[in-house]
Design a protein around this ligand. Structure first.
Ligand SMILES: Nc1ncnc2c1ncn2[C@@H]1O[C@H](COP(=O)(O)OP(=O)(O)OP(=O)(O)O)[C@@H](O)[C@H]1O
Ligand SMILES: [Mg+2]
Length: 392
């Protein structure tokens, strides 16, 4: 009993300590700091419970990763499944994919100490080279490098066999799934699809923001993953719901926020979760205890957020070709561009020709730096857009 109470106090303190600012950006902490997504959570869990794989496709920074992590915390999944979360954004080959998958599974299971966890190296024999016992604690560990993945396909086979041997079904969420389409080996999609199809008790959630790549993977009849998953998207959290959430977070910490602030922030970014949370985080920081955050603080908050990101903007710009840079700056200055190859736009920003605009636009779209809605283009990151427009 005492232990439980001490743990509860420690845990609460820990959570409050970590979460000094309740507008959390960049990670999932807990239900308390997570706004809404009730319908989406229900939908996703329901698909999984009915044995269906899910493809979660939405624009960047809308909240895909957060949603998957939130679902994994729900008792319906948490208690009845083993859940694994692998972000493959930085991988570029099957060996890296296999490495990350193996490592994630091992590290997720290690603290659970179940009989199944103990069988990891027994079934995944090709990773046995990485099995080490800590000299001091005697604890087993996973000490494996990428170079140890000598035969990725064999290891992948073993990993799937291992997942299928669990005493509960497994759910594997693969974040930034579109990445597998860019691997140096050409057959990875087909290979994975075959393996996944053979699974009897392992389910998959594929999340991705590169919509054209994801849509192509799941909706084009010539591709291996065609119709192999239920597709779901994510819209912005409704304004009303977000306003109630933001108000609660301010009030709980002895601060106040005017409704107009939340409405203006929401409209500024069309409700896109990351941008809204980032601004609210800064506005919260700028508000004194017992104080009220009002619209006068908006400009300062925007400037502060932009300042925080400035070095990454510079870094991104430095990696663009001169023509891409020129076009990007032109789009930022216009904010919204219609008729991107029109002679008026080309002339106004000295962009040489329609074909050179087309050529420069392609990689900007592909890398989600610029986004297109019907025939209108804008810089995807609102803060980056403002920085570009003001700096050049
Ligand atoms: N429902 C929510 N309530 C509060 N904050 C959220 C919610 N969903 C996401 N966030 C926050 O918004 C930010 C973006 O969310 P997330 O990383 O999940 O988006 P994403 O769609 O996976 O983005 P990307 O495409 O860049 O990977 C994160 O900082 C996260 O903490
Ligand atoms: Mg994500």
């Amino acid at each position: 009993m005492n232990t439980i109470i001490i743990f509860a106090i420690k845990y609460t303190n820990m959570e409050n300590l970590i979460v000094l600012n309740p507008f959390v950006v960049g990670r999932y902490v807990s239900e308390k700091y997570f706004c809404d997504r009730e319908k989406e959570t229900e939908f996703l869990i329901k698909q999984v419970e009915n044995g269906r794989n899910v493809a979660l496709i939405s624009p960047r920074r809308m909240g895909k990763t957060g949603l998957v992590q939130h679902c994994f915390q729900q008792p319906r999944l948490n208690e009845n499944y083993y859940t694994f979360f692998v972000d493959i954004y930085a991988t570029s080959s099957l060996a890296e994919f296999v490495y990350l998958l193996g490592k994630t599974i091992y590290e997720t299971l290690k603290p659970k100490r179940t009989a199944w966890a103990e069988k990891f190296f027994q079934i995944i024999a090709s990773l046995r080279v990485g099995f080490k016992l800590d000299a001091v604690t005697g604890e087993p560990g996973f000490d494996i490098g990428l170079g140890d993945i000598q035969a990725p396909q064999t290891t992948l086979d073993e990993i799937f066999r291992y997942l299928e041997s669990a005493d509960k079904p497994c759910i594997v969420a693969i974040d930034e799934f579109q990445q597998i389409g860019t691997y140096e080996e050409k057959n990875v999609e087909a290979l994975l699809r075959t393996k996944i199809q053979q699974c009897k008790q392992t389910l998959f959630i594929y999340a991705g923001s590169k919509r054209h790549l994801m849509n192509n993977m799941f909706h084009s009849s010539s591709k291996p993953f065609y119709q192999s998953a239920i597709s779901m998207g994510l819209e912005p959290i409704p304004m009303e719901t977000y306003a109630v959430f933001a108000d609660r977070l301010f009030e709980e910490r002895g601060k106040h926020v005017s409704r107009r602030v939340v409405e203006q922030v929401y409209d500024m970014f069309d409700g896109c979760t990351w941008f809204v949370q980032m601004m609210m985080n800064e506005l919260f920081a700028l508000t004194d205890h017992d104080g009220t955050c009002d619209v006068e603080k908006l400009d300062e908050a925007r400037q502060n957020v932009i300042l925080l990101q400035e070095s990454s903007y510079k870094d991104l710009l430095s990696r663009l070709a001169p023509k891409q840079k020129l076009l990007l700056q032109a789009i930022a200055k216009e904010r919204l561009v219609r008729g991107i190859t029109s002679s008026a736009f080309i002339k106004k920003y000295n962009l040489s020709s329609a074909s050179s605009v087309q050529a420069a636009l392609k990689p900007l779209l592909k890398n989600d730096i610029v986004t297109q809605c019907d025939d209108t283009y804008r810089v995807y990151d609102y803060f980056f857009s403002e920085w570009l427009a003001n700096t050049y």
